[in-house]
Ligand binder design. Structure first.
Ligand SMILES: [Zn+2]
Length: 412
C-alpha cells in the first residue's frame, strides 16, 4: 500500500520536475524575447519610423508582442498551460486530470509493475536461505579477522534473520553460545542468591552482590546480542559493538564492588576512595568505548590494553590490603588467590584476543571452532565464576568473624 502511494508521489514528483523544467524553459524563452526585443526596438526605432513600405505593420506586430499581454491572456483564460503553472495546487489538478485522461496511465502502470516485481524479488531472496561466505566476499564493515577465512554470515538486514542464525553453524556460533549460556548461568546464580532468606544474606550484601551479578549478566548479554546482530548492518553493528565494550567495563566495575566492600569492610575511608576510583575508571572506559574508532580492527591491541589496565588496577587495593593485613591474611581472608587466578584468566584471554591465537598460526583452520575470540569468551566466563567464588568466600569470612570491632577508646 505504501509502495503504491510512494509510486504515485514519485510520479507527481517526476511530473513536478518536468513541469518546473518547462516553466523555467518558458521563463528563459520570455527573457530571451525581452532581451531580443529591447535592443532591436531601440536600434531599429529610427529605421521603423522611416518610410520603408510595410514597416508600420512590422512595428504594430512587435508592439503587440508584449509579455504582459501573454500573461494577461494566461490569467484571463483561467486555463494555464501545464508548462507554465502559476499555482502549485494547479499542478496537482493537472496531474489528476492527466491521470484521468490517461496521459500518465502507462507510466504509473509501469511503476506499479516494477514495484510488484521488486517486492516479489525481495520476498524470494528472503525465502531462500542464506549461506555462509568467505572473508573476501564480506563488505568492509564486516571484515574483522582475516585469519578466519570461511564460514562468515553475510549481511542479514533483519533482526529475526540474525536471531535465527543463532541455530546455524558459522564463524559466530561459538561466540554467541558461549556468552548466551554464560549469561543464562549467571541469571540462575543471581536468582538463587537473591532469593536467600534475609537471615542468611543481609539486604546490604544482596545489593553488593547485585552490582556484580548485574555487571556479569549485562556484559554477557550485550556480548551475546552483539555477536548475534553485528551482521545486521553497519550502523547496528557499530552500536552493538559499543554496547559490547561498555558491558566489559560494567563487568570489571561490578567485580570490584563486592571485593572492595568485604576487603575494606571496617575501613570506611579506603572503601569509599577505592570505590570512587573504580567507578570513575569504569565510566572513563565506557566513554572510550563510545569513541567511533575504538571498534576498528587496527585498534584491537588498544582495546585489550584499556580493559587489561582497568582490570589490573585492582592490584593497588590488593597490595594495600596485603601490606596492612599481611600476605597470608590476604590469601585466607580476602581471597587473594582467587583474585590472582581471575586476573590471570582475564589477561590470558586478552592476550589470545589481541594476538588472534591460534588462528594466526592456522589461518582458515579455526573458522568455526577454537578461534581466539571463543577462547577469550570461555576465559571471561571462567574468570567471572572464579571471582564469584572468591567474593562468596569473603562474604563467608565476614559472617564467621562478625561485625567490625568498635573503634579503640581513647586512653588518657
Ligand atoms: Zn565477544
Amino acid at each position: 500500500m505504501n509502495d503504491r502511494m510512494s509510486d504515485y508521489e514519485d510520479a507527481i514528483e517526476v511530473y513536478d520536475d518536468s513541469a518546473a523544467g518547462a516553466e523555467a524553459g518558458a521563463h528563459v524563452g520570455l527573457e530571451g524575447l525581452r532581451r531580443r526585443k529591447e535592443p532591436l526596438w531601440e536600434a531599429d526605432n529610427s529605421s521603423i519610423t522611416s518610410d520603408v513600405p510595410g514597416l508600420h505593420e512590422v512595428k504594430e506586430l512587435l508592439e503587440r508582442d508584449d509579455t504582459s499581454e501573454l500573461a494577461d491572456e494566461e490569467i484571463n483564460t483561467g486555463n494555464p498551460l501545464p508548462s507554465t503553472p502559476v499555482d502549485p495546487s494547479l499542478i496537482e489538478t493537472e496531474v489528476a486530470e492527466a491521470i484521468k485522461s490517461g496521459v500518465l496511465e502507462h507510466e504509473l502502470d509501469w511503476a506499479h509493475s516494477a514495484a510488484e516485481q521488486a517486492e516479489e524479488f525481495v520476498r524470494r531472496v528472503w525465502e531462500a536461505s542464506w549461506s555462509v561466505c568467505h572473508f573476501r566476499n564480506l563488505p568492509r564493515w564486516l571484515q574483522d579477522n582475516d585469519y578466519i577465512h570461511a564460514g562468515h554470515r553475510p549481511p542479514l538486514p533483519s533482526f529475526s534473520a540474525c536471531f535465527r542464525s543463532i541455530f546455524r553453524i558459522h564463524s559466530e556460533t561459538g561466540n554467541i553460545w558461549t556468552h548466551l549460556l554464560g549469561c543464562v548461568a549467571f541469571i540462575g546464580v543471581a536468582i538463587y542468591f537473591m532469593s536467600r532468606p534475609s537471615e542468611e544474606v543481609k539486604l546490604e550484601e544482596k545489593l553488593v552482590f547485585a552490582a556484580y551479578f548485574a555487571g556479569a549478566i549485562v556484559c554477557l548479554g550485550l556480548s551475546f546480542a552483539f555477536h548475534t546482530v553485528h551482521c545486521h548492518s553497519e550502523n547496528v553493528g557499530k552500536i552493538f559493538s559499543k554496547l559490547d565494550y561498555c558491558g566489559i567495563a560494567l563487568l570489571i566495575t561490578g567485580s570490584f564492588v563486592p571485593w572492595l566492600y568485604y576487603g575494606f569492610y571496617c575501613h570506611f575511608q579506603s572503601k569509599v576512595i577505592y570505590l570512587s576510583a573504580v567507578i570513575t575508571l569504569g565510566i572513563s572506559a565506557m566513554v572510550v568505548s563510545l569513541w567511533d574508532r575504538f571498534a576498528e580492527p587496527s585498534l584491537r591491541p588498544l582495546r585489550a590494553g584499556v580493559f587489561a589496565v582497568f582490570g589490573l588496577s585492582g592490584v593497588v587495593p590488593a597490595v594495600h590490603y596485603a601490606l596492612t593485613e599481611g600476605w597470608l591474611n590476604a590469601v585466607t581472608q580476602a581471597s587473594l588467590g582467587w583474585l590472582v587466578l581471575m586476573g590471570c584468566l582475564y589477561i590470558i584471554g586478552a592476550i589470545f584476543y589481541a594476538l588472534r591465537v591460534p588462528e594466526r598460526f592456522f589461518p582458515g583452520k579455526c573458522d568455526i571452532w577454537f578461534q581466539s575470540h571463543q577462547i577469550f569468551h570461555v576465559l571471561v566466563i571462567a574468570a567471572a565464576f572464579v571471582h564469584y567464588h572468591g567474593i562468596t568466600e569473603m562474604a563467608m569470612y565476614r559472617m564467621s568473624v562478625g561485625e567490625c570491632p568498635p573503634p579503640q577508646e581513647l586512653v588518657l
